[in-house]
Design a protein around this ligand. Structure first.
Ligand SMILES: CC(=O)SCCNC(=O)CCNC(=O)[C@H](O)C(C)(C)COP(=O)(O)OP(=O)(O)OC[C@H]1O[C@@H](n2cnc3c(N)ncnc32)[C@H](O)[C@@H]1OP(=O)(O)O
Length: 212
Protein backbone atom coordinates (compact mmCIF):
# COMPACT_ATOMS: atom_id res chain seq x y z
CA UNK A 1 0.00 0.00 0.00
CA UNK A 2 1.24 3.49 -0.86
CA UNK A 3 0.70 5.99 1.96
CA UNK A 4 -0.22 9.58 1.16
CA UNK A 5 -0.38 12.50 3.56
CA UNK A 6 -2.79 15.34 2.84
CA UNK A 7 -0.92 18.42 4.07
CA UNK A 8 2.73 19.45 4.05
CA UNK A 9 3.22 21.47 7.26
CA UNK A 10 4.95 20.63 10.53
CA UNK A 11 2.21 18.21 11.56
CA UNK A 12 2.63 16.29 8.30
CA UNK A 13 6.39 16.07 8.87
CA UNK A 14 5.84 14.56 12.33
CA UNK A 15 3.47 11.94 10.89
CA UNK A 16 5.97 11.11 8.16
CA UNK A 17 8.62 10.55 10.83
CA UNK A 18 6.28 8.25 12.82
CA UNK A 19 5.57 6.18 9.72
CA UNK A 20 9.33 5.98 9.06
CA UNK A 21 9.88 4.73 12.66
CA UNK A 22 7.21 2.08 11.97
CA UNK A 23 9.17 1.00 8.88
CA UNK A 24 6.60 2.52 6.49
CA UNK A 25 7.24 5.21 3.92
CA UNK A 26 5.14 8.06 2.62
CA UNK A 27 4.72 8.09 -1.18
CA UNK A 28 3.94 11.83 -1.39
CA UNK A 29 2.64 14.85 0.48
CA UNK A 30 -0.39 16.32 -1.32
CA UNK A 31 -1.45 19.88 -0.48
CA UNK A 32 -3.91 22.43 -1.89
CA UNK A 33 -1.29 25.19 -1.63
CA UNK A 34 2.22 23.98 -0.93
CA UNK A 35 4.65 26.84 -0.17
CA UNK A 36 6.45 28.05 -3.32
CA UNK A 37 9.72 26.14 -3.71
CA UNK A 38 8.78 23.29 -1.36
CA UNK A 39 9.19 20.20 -3.52
CA UNK A 40 10.59 17.65 -1.07
CA UNK A 41 10.15 16.80 2.63
CA UNK A 42 12.49 14.10 4.02
CA UNK A 43 13.33 13.38 0.37
CA UNK A 44 9.64 12.65 -0.39
CA UNK A 45 7.85 14.63 -3.14
CA UNK A 46 5.38 17.40 -2.28
CA UNK A 47 2.66 17.76 -4.93
CA UNK A 48 -0.06 20.31 -5.44
CA UNK A 49 -3.48 18.71 -5.33
CA UNK A 50 -5.00 18.46 -8.84
CA UNK A 51 -7.21 16.06 -10.84
CA UNK A 52 -4.06 14.86 -12.66
CA UNK A 53 -2.27 14.01 -9.39
CA UNK A 54 -5.32 12.14 -8.08
CA UNK A 55 -5.73 10.28 -11.37
CA UNK A 56 -2.33 8.68 -10.68
CA UNK A 57 -3.34 7.45 -7.20
CA UNK A 58 -5.11 4.10 -7.23
CA UNK A 59 -7.84 3.85 -4.53
CA UNK A 60 -7.20 0.14 -4.00
CA UNK A 61 -3.46 0.52 -3.57
CA UNK A 62 -3.29 3.67 -1.43
CA UNK A 63 -4.08 4.72 2.12
CA UNK A 64 -4.26 8.26 3.48
CA UNK A 65 -3.81 10.30 6.61
CA UNK A 66 -5.16 13.84 6.62
CA UNK A 67 -2.21 15.67 8.16
CA UNK A 68 -3.97 18.93 9.04
CA UNK A 69 -4.20 20.07 12.66
CA UNK A 70 -7.42 22.11 12.36
CA UNK A 71 -10.38 19.86 13.21
CA UNK A 72 -13.12 21.19 10.87
CA UNK A 73 -10.67 21.35 7.93
CA UNK A 74 -9.40 17.82 8.65
CA UNK A 75 -12.98 16.61 8.66
CA UNK A 76 -13.82 18.33 5.38
CA UNK A 77 -10.79 16.84 3.60
CA UNK A 78 -11.34 13.35 5.08
CA UNK A 79 -14.99 13.34 4.01
CA UNK A 80 -14.04 14.37 0.47
CA UNK A 81 -11.37 11.65 0.22
CA UNK A 82 -13.79 9.04 1.58
CA UNK A 83 -16.47 10.11 -0.90
CA UNK A 84 -13.92 9.67 -3.69
CA UNK A 85 -13.30 6.08 -2.55
CA UNK A 86 -10.01 6.47 -0.67
CA UNK A 87 -9.31 4.76 2.67
CA UNK A 88 -7.22 5.72 5.68
CA UNK A 89 -4.48 4.31 7.86
CA UNK A 90 -3.21 5.19 11.35
CA UNK A 91 0.23 6.31 12.55
CA UNK A 92 1.14 5.25 16.08
CA UNK A 93 4.67 5.99 17.30
CA UNK A 94 6.52 2.93 18.69
CA UNK A 95 7.01 4.72 22.04
CA UNK A 96 3.23 4.98 22.65
CA UNK A 97 2.02 2.99 25.67
CA UNK A 98 -1.40 1.67 24.76
CA UNK A 99 -3.50 -0.87 26.69
CA UNK A 100 -4.29 -4.08 24.78
CA UNK A 101 -8.01 -3.35 24.49
CA UNK A 102 -7.85 0.25 23.25
CA UNK A 103 -9.79 0.83 20.02
CA UNK A 104 -8.36 3.34 17.54
CA UNK A 105 -10.26 4.58 14.48
CA UNK A 106 -8.92 5.08 10.95
CA UNK A 107 -6.86 8.14 10.09
CA UNK A 108 -5.85 8.67 13.73
CA UNK A 109 -2.30 9.62 14.73
CA UNK A 110 -0.72 9.08 18.15
CA UNK A 111 2.52 10.97 18.73
CA UNK A 112 5.64 9.94 20.68
CA UNK A 113 5.48 9.22 24.42
CA UNK A 114 1.70 9.30 24.67
CA UNK A 115 -0.23 6.89 26.89
CA UNK A 116 -3.72 5.51 26.25
CA UNK A 117 -5.10 3.39 29.05
CA UNK A 118 -7.51 0.46 29.24
CA UNK A 119 -11.07 0.48 27.88
CA UNK A 120 -10.58 3.78 26.10
CA UNK A 121 -11.90 4.34 22.58
CA UNK A 122 -10.20 6.82 20.28
CA UNK A 123 -12.27 7.74 17.22
CA UNK A 124 -11.28 8.34 13.61
CA UNK A 125 -9.01 11.16 12.37
CA UNK A 126 -8.04 12.04 15.95
CA UNK A 127 -4.69 13.61 16.86
CA UNK A 128 -3.19 12.55 20.20
CA UNK A 129 -0.22 14.87 20.20
CA UNK A 130 3.23 14.46 21.79
CA UNK A 131 3.34 13.22 25.37
CA UNK A 132 -0.38 13.34 26.11
CA UNK A 133 -2.00 10.84 28.46
CA UNK A 134 -5.55 9.53 28.23
CA UNK A 135 -6.58 7.33 31.11
CA UNK A 136 -9.09 4.48 31.43
CA UNK A 137 -12.65 4.40 30.04
CA UNK A 138 -12.39 7.58 27.97
CA UNK A 139 -14.30 8.19 24.73
CA UNK A 140 -12.50 10.45 22.28
CA UNK A 141 -14.78 11.46 19.40
CA UNK A 142 -13.82 11.64 15.73
CA UNK A 143 -11.73 14.65 14.63
CA UNK A 144 -10.60 15.62 18.16
CA UNK A 145 -7.14 17.13 18.60
CA UNK A 146 -5.44 16.64 21.96
CA UNK A 147 -2.40 18.96 21.81
CA UNK A 148 0.99 18.12 23.37
CA UNK A 149 1.19 17.39 27.08
CA UNK A 150 -2.52 17.08 27.91
CA UNK A 151 -3.68 15.00 30.89
CA UNK A 152 -7.06 13.29 30.70
CA UNK A 153 -8.16 11.38 33.82
CA UNK A 154 -10.55 8.40 33.65
CA UNK A 155 -14.10 8.37 32.24
CA UNK A 156 -13.78 11.52 30.14
CA UNK A 157 -15.95 11.92 27.05
CA UNK A 158 -14.92 14.30 24.26
CA UNK A 159 -17.53 14.71 21.54
CA UNK A 160 -16.52 15.13 17.89
CA UNK A 161 -13.99 17.82 17.02
CA UNK A 162 -12.97 18.94 20.52
CA UNK A 163 -9.65 20.80 20.59
CA UNK A 164 -7.62 20.68 23.81
CA UNK A 165 -4.80 23.26 23.78
CA UNK A 166 -1.31 22.35 24.95
CA UNK A 167 -1.14 21.15 28.55
CA UNK A 168 -4.90 20.96 29.19
CA UNK A 169 -5.84 18.90 32.26
CA UNK A 170 -9.27 17.35 32.82
CA UNK A 171 -10.57 15.77 36.04
CA UNK A 172 -12.48 12.41 35.91
CA UNK A 173 -15.98 12.08 34.51
CA UNK A 174 -16.04 15.31 32.47
CA UNK A 175 -17.93 15.57 29.16
CA UNK A 176 -17.02 18.18 26.53
CA UNK A 177 -19.43 18.99 23.70
CA UNK A 178 -18.58 18.94 20.00
CA UNK A 179 -16.09 21.40 18.51
CA UNK A 180 -15.43 23.09 21.86
CA UNK A 181 -11.92 24.54 22.34
CA UNK A 182 -10.01 24.54 25.62
CA UNK A 183 -7.17 27.09 25.56
CA UNK A 184 -3.58 26.26 26.43
CA UNK A 185 -3.10 25.26 30.07
CA UNK A 186 -6.81 24.88 30.86
CA UNK A 187 -7.83 22.91 33.93
CA UNK A 188 -11.30 21.57 33.21
CA UNK A 189 -13.30 20.74 36.36
CA UNK A 190 -16.87 21.09 34.98
CA UNK A 191 -18.40 19.67 31.81
CA UNK A 192 -18.56 22.05 28.83
CA UNK A 193 -21.23 22.36 26.14
CA UNK A 194 -20.62 22.39 22.36
CA UNK A 195 -18.93 25.15 20.30
CA UNK A 196 -17.50 26.98 23.34
CA UNK A 197 -14.13 28.55 23.98
CA UNK A 198 -13.00 27.97 27.55
CA UNK A 199 -9.71 28.50 29.32
CA UNK A 200 -8.05 29.16 32.66
CA UNK A 201 -7.70 27.35 35.97
CA UNK A 202 -10.43 26.42 36.61
CA UNK A 203 -11.52 26.68 32.94
CA UNK A 204 -14.35 29.17 32.36
CA UNK A 205 -16.38 29.61 29.20
CA UNK A 206 -15.38 32.88 27.51
CA UNK A 207 -17.37 32.41 24.25
CA UNK A 208 -20.48 30.32 23.55
CA UNK A 209 -20.32 30.37 19.74
CA UNK A 210 -16.67 29.80 18.92
CA UNK A 211 -15.41 28.58 15.53
CA UNK A 212 -12.13 26.67 15.52
C1 LIG B 1 2.54 20.55 18.01
C2 LIG B 1 1.63 21.79 18.10
O1 LIG B 1 2.08 22.89 18.01
S1 LIG B 1 -0.05 21.52 18.30
C3 LIG B 1 -0.79 23.10 18.50
C4 LIG B 1 -1.28 23.33 19.90
N1 LIG B 1 -1.83 24.69 19.98
C5 LIG B 1 -2.28 25.23 21.12
O2 LIG B 1 -2.25 24.61 22.15
C6 LIG B 1 -2.84 26.62 20.98
C7 LIG B 1 -3.95 26.88 21.99
N2 LIG B 1 -4.48 28.21 21.76
C8 LIG B 1 -4.80 29.07 22.72
O3 LIG B 1 -4.68 28.80 23.92
C9 LIG B 1 -5.33 30.41 22.22
O4 LIG B 1 -4.79 31.42 23.06
C10 LIG B 1 -6.88 30.45 22.24
C11 LIG B 1 -7.39 29.54 21.10
C12 LIG B 1 -7.45 30.01 23.55
C13 LIG B 1 -7.39 31.87 22.02
O5 LIG B 1 -6.81 32.43 20.89
P1 LIG B 1 -7.28 33.91 20.45
O6 LIG B 1 -8.75 33.96 20.25
O7 LIG B 1 -6.40 34.30 19.29
O8 LIG B 1 -6.98 34.78 21.76
P2 LIG B 1 -6.02 36.04 21.94
O9 LIG B 1 -4.58 35.63 21.77
O10 LIG B 1 -6.55 37.17 21.11
O11 LIG B 1 -6.24 36.37 23.48
C14 LIG B 1 -7.43 36.99 23.96
C15 LIG B 1 -7.33 37.09 25.46
O12 LIG B 1 -7.43 35.79 26.06
C16 LIG B 1 -6.27 35.50 26.84
N3 LIG B 1 -5.93 34.09 26.61
C17 LIG B 1 -5.74 33.49 25.40
N4 LIG B 1 -5.48 32.20 25.58
C18 LIG B 1 -5.48 31.97 26.90
C19 LIG B 1 -5.27 30.81 27.69
N5 LIG B 1 -5.01 29.64 27.12
N6 LIG B 1 -5.37 30.91 29.03
C20 LIG B 1 -5.63 32.12 29.61
N7 LIG B 1 -5.85 33.26 28.90
C21 LIG B 1 -5.77 33.19 27.58
C22 LIG B 1 -5.20 36.44 26.30
O13 LIG B 1 -4.21 36.69 27.28
C23 LIG B 1 -6.00 37.66 25.96
O14 LIG B 1 -6.28 38.36 27.15
P3 LIG B 1 -6.34 39.99 27.19
O15 LIG B 1 -7.49 40.35 26.27
O16 LIG B 1 -6.59 40.29 28.62
O17 LIG B 1 -5.02 40.45 26.66
Amino acid sequence: MDIYLYGCGGHAKVISDILCKQGRKVAAFIDDNPPVGLTLIHGIPVKKSSPEVFAEINCDRSQWIVAIGNNPIRRRVAEKLEKDGYSFTTAIHPSVEMACDVKVGCGTVIMPNSVVNTDTEVGSHVIVNTGSTIDHDCRIGDYCHIAPGCRLCGNIHLDEGVFLGVGTKIIPGIQIGEYTTCGAGSVVVKSLSSFCLAYGCPAKVVQNTYSQ
